[in-house]
Ligand binder design. Structure first.
Ligand SMILES: [Zn+2]
Length: 155
């Protein structure tokens, strides 16, 4: 594993431990060249999935993109980064377990909406306002009325 700080090819494993209930191994590494430390996470990947976008373009499923899109929706909201990562990981694991090689961007969006609904009503509304492509304010009103019924929607 190459050092992310200085690019040195050889790094030493200082510590390995299970994470995510045995689904991953977290390794603490040290670089003998620059003496910096970093962590790698090794995770079982059941299958490489491809995301099919609305226009038909394909790209590899990137869990970090799911984390980022959720983080944008949850900006300045009281949701921990760990909770966002756990939710994104749950989405990816669920998708991988379907055994399908491809998933539509729309399905990922729907799963992100479900995850956000469970985390934070405001984040859910923010994400949905982009994802659902409301045509007019009336559509948004109907959606908000429904969002207020969420457990954390304070409705
Ligand atoms: Zn280094």
């Amino acid at each position: 594993m190459r050092c992310p700080f200085c690019g040195n090819e050889e790094t030493q494993v200082r510590d390995s431990r299970w994470a995510e209930d045995g689904a991953a191994v977290r390794r603490r590494r040290a670089c003998p060249a620059c003496d910096k430390r970093f962590t790698t996470v090794e995770r079982v990947q059941l299958r490489d999935m491809t995301v099919v976008k609305a226009g038909g373009r394909r790209q590899p499923l990137d869990p970090n993109k799911i984390v980022r899109s959720m983080a944008v929706a949850l900006r300045k909201r009281p949701v921990e980064g760990d909770a966002i990562e756990a939710a994104a990981r749950g989405i990816v694991q669920t998708l991988e377990r379907t055994g399908e090689a491809e998933v539509s961007a729309a399905e990922i969006g729907a799963r992100v909406m479900d995850a956000l609904a469970a985390l934070d009503a405001v984040g859910y509304i923010r994400y949905a306002s982009v994802y659902k492509d409301f045509r007019d304010p009336g559509d948004f009103d109907a959606f908000l009325a429904q969002a207020r019924k969420l457990p954390n929607g304070r409705g």
